[in-house]
Design a protein around this ligand. Structure first.
Ligand SMILES: Nc1ncnc2c1ncn2[C@@H]1O[C@H](COP(=O)(O)OP(=O)(O)O)[C@@H](O)[C@H]1O
Ligand SMILES: [Mg+2]
Length: 261
């Protein structure tokens, strides 16, 4: 297994708060890796550092062994690192099809208006993009709602639209921030299938998730953080039986591990 992404001792502070501290872990090519931990542990902040939203003030981020620490978000996206957000961000006036198609331009430098000039090569490219959009919609079971206004659809469907929009940019790594949040049991079981499907299409997956049905059943590797520091890592069986993890996170019945169901 070769390392696709490696975090080597990264950290960041907000004022006096050390939100992430000396964190190291590796995401192997083709793996499904979960980052878990209590609310406020620093998970989203880790994603924000990987995607260039925040610059770590310690450590390095390596992509195929190349240092990408401090790269701007658009450069990170062009490398093939794409993300979804903890709260859904869809274009409110667009259909499902249009929302997903718009994802094409997240990785390339092309803008929507460049397709309007009408040159044959541009028309061909637009046709290819439309084909790819249809293809992704089919893969994520969104064909029947392609023409509906995205934000009028049920929450679980909107989540899939967001995922489709990320996948159409042809990423090498997708980073999913709480993809099961707000899904019902049936939708969360379906999400497991979707995540396996993404990996089988050659895309590596890094996710933050509270829903243990997703975390324990789909991941190859789990990294646990608490107060910004790594407290354990390993496969599902190892993590489930780790005393420190049970005390800090799994054993508590007052957090969102239940809420996501
Ligand atoms: N931009 C920011 N400014 C100040 N504090 C922040 C900022 N982003 C995150 N934090 C703080 O960093 C800690 C980790 O937050 P976050 O990464 O969102 O946690 P998680 O995703 O694990 O719930 C929290 O205490 C949060 O309040
Ligand atoms: Mg978060």
């Amino acid at each position: 297994m070769s390392a696709l992404l490696e975090l080597a001792g990264i950290g960041i502070s907000f004022g006096g708060l050390r939100a992430v501290d000396d964190l190291s872990f590796t995401v192997g090519e083709g793996q499904i890796v979960a980052l878990i931990g209590p609310n406020g542990a620093g998970k989203t902040t880790v994603f924000n550092m990987i995607t260039g939203v925040y610059r770590p003030n310690g450590g390095k981020i390596l992509w195929y062994n190349h240092d990408i620490t401090g790269f701007a978000p658009h450069r990170i996206a062009r490398l093939g690192i794409m993300r979804t957000f903890q709260t859904i961000r869809l274009f409110s006036d667009m259909s499902v099809f249009e929302n997903v198609r718009a994802g094409c331009h997240l990785r390339t430098r092309q803008h929507w208006w460049q397709g309007l000039a009408g040159l044959p090569s541009q028309r061909r490219e637009e046709a290819e993009i439309a084909d790819r959009t249809s293809d992704i919609l089919k893969r994520l079971d969104l064909e029947t709602v392609a023409d509906e206004r995205a934000i009028a659809l049920p929450y679980g469907v909107q989540r899939r639209v967001e995922l489709a929009r990320t996948l159409i940019a042809n990423p090498k790594l997708v980073i999913l921030d709480e993809p099961a949040a707000g899904l019902n049991d049936r939708e969360s079981a379906k999400l497991n299938e979707t995540i396996f499907g993404i990996r089988d299409s050659g895309i590596t997956v890094l996710l933050v998730e509270h829903d243990m049905n997703v975390v324990m059943n789909v991941t190859d590797h789990i990294v646990v953080i608490n107060f910004g520091r790594k407290i354990a890592e390993g496969n599902a069986a190892t993590i489930r039986n780790n005393q420190q993890v049970i005390e800090a996170y799994l054993g508590r019945d007052d957090d969102e591990t239940e809420e996501a169901a």
